[in-house]
Design a protein around this ligand. Structure first.
Ligand SMILES: C=C1C[C@]23C[C@@]1(O)CC[C@H]2[C@@]12CCC[C@@](C)(C(=O)O1)[C@H]2[C@@H]3C(=O)O
Ligand SMILES: O=C(O)CCC(=O)C(=O)O
Ligand SMILES: [Fe+2]
Length: 380
């Protein structure tokens, strides 16, 4: 039988055909820290915090404050996005990744592009490859992008994404509203009163201008999961991220004292919320971004969706006045998201902390980015 053409494409690593993990995909130092279960009884040291949006305002705000200060992440339940919609979204994602390689490659993310198919941006900073594929897109322009990528949608691809873009659009609508609610809750969690929340929005227009980007991950089952890595340890760079993980767990959060990876349980219908670096800056370091990674599985494919919220790329983000203690200088200088991405790229090259690089001189000694992250020793 002739080899299907996509398997001859040297740019495409065919995870399905792999019987072992080649050197190109084998990561050193994956097991330097133990992995513990984050699904234990609430309030035990390793239990990932849960915030239920059905709780009365003050209780939810207190839960968010605790989680964002101590973990930089939490499981969000009671958020109101229908389980049935989430199931359709997961189904759409699975269909996308099941497309023939040639179709996926057609959407390849080129160097310098923010959106497209392939490995995420962070992969380019490492010489090893990750055991995953991804697709990044802006939900605001999804239909147009799909039309460009797959112009034949509607006939050849009739059963595929384009005709079902409505599912992702419906999801985006729900998430956009939820993101606004969560932003407000985060501000209340910082201790801002209703009036201060309104004044911050009036002055900074954070909620009004917040942008959303979606990144879908596919982690194919892997013949030797102890040697491979689905997604390298990182912090998300924006304000905050909603992660929807399938029923196959794989997301791990890094925790100190003692250093360990906490495996986030797969809770049906829940989102994981990650605090990102720009939110650490906005909150003057009160809420901290979370270092996390995704591991792979021997028997099961895993998919996840990241819904990333952040400022418009050229808007300056500086610590909120209300978050800076009286008489102190802000802990970080103002940066745009684009500028910060550049700083992070340099930080990856030198093993430095990007957050420390944008800390103000007066505060950089106690800016706590490095405290929450293990050194980046994985590049080889
Ligand atoms: C909005 C974004 C955040 C992200 C870069 C991006 O422009 C789109 C993809 C996102 C992602 C997903 C995987 C991990 C990550 C570090 C990456 O390389 O691409 C994040 C980026 C981020 O949070 O900086
Ligand atoms: O797959 C996951 O659970 C995490 C994904 C993630 O961290 C990301 O897309 O930034
Ligand atoms: Fe992430």
């Amino acid at each position: 039988m002739p080899t299907p053409s996509h398997l001859k494409n040297p740019l495409y690593f065919d995870f399905r055909a792999a019987r072992r993990v080649p050197e190109s995909h084998a990561w050193p130092a994956l097991h330097d820290h133990p992995v513990v279960d984050g699904g234990g009884a609430p309030a035990t040291p390793d239990a990932v915090p849960v915030v239920d949006l059905r709780e009365p305002g003050a209780a939810a705000a207190a839960g968010v404050a605790r989680a964002a200060e101590q973990w930089g992440a939490f499981l969000l339940t009671g958020h109101g996005v229908p389980a049935e919609l989430l199931a359709r979204v997961e189904d759409r994602i699975a269909c996308l990744f099941a497309l023939p390689a040639a179709d996926k490659m057609r959407a390849s993310r080129g160097p310098g592009d923010a959106c497209g198919y392939g490995s995420p941006i962070i992969a380019s900073f490492f010489s090893k490859c990750m055991w995953s594929e991804g697709y990044t897109f802006s939900p605001a322009s999804l239909r147009g992008d799909l039309r460009k990528l797959w112009p034949k949608a509607g006939d050849d691809y009739a059963s595929f994404w384009f005709v079902r873009a409505d599912v992702m659009e419906e999801f985006h609508k729900e998430m956009h509203v939820l993101a606004g609610k969560l932003l407000e809750l985060f501000l209340r969690a910082l201790g801002l009163t209703d009036e201060q929340v309104a004044a911050v929005e009036e002055e900074r227009r954070i909620g009004e201008t917040m942008t959303a980007t979606m990144h879908l991950n596919w982690y194919p089952r892997c013949p030797d999961p102890r040697r491979a890595l689905g997604l390298i340890a990182h912090t998300d760079s924006g304000f905050f991220t909603f992660v929807l993980q399938s029923l196959v767990p794989g997301l791990q959060l890094f925790r100190h004292a003692p250093d360990r990876w906490v495996a986030v349980p797969a809770v049906p219908g829940a989102f994981v919320v990650n605090v990102g670096d720009l939110f650490q800056i906005l909150t003057n370091g009160r809420f901290h971004s979370v270092y996390h990674r995704a591991v792979v599985n021997r028997d099961l494919d895993r998919i996840s969706l990241g819904y990333f919220l952040g400022p418009p790329p050229h808007a300056k983000v500086a610590p909120l006045r209300e978050a800076v203690p009286p008489g102190r200088t802000p802990a970080y200088r103002a940066v745009t998201w684009l500028e910060y991405m550049g700083v992070r790229e340099k930080a990856f090259a030198t093993g430095a902390s990007a957050l420390n690089m944008v800390a103000t001189a007066a505060e950089s000694d106690d800016a706590d980015a490095a405290v929450h992250q293990p050194p980046l020793v994985l590049s080889s």
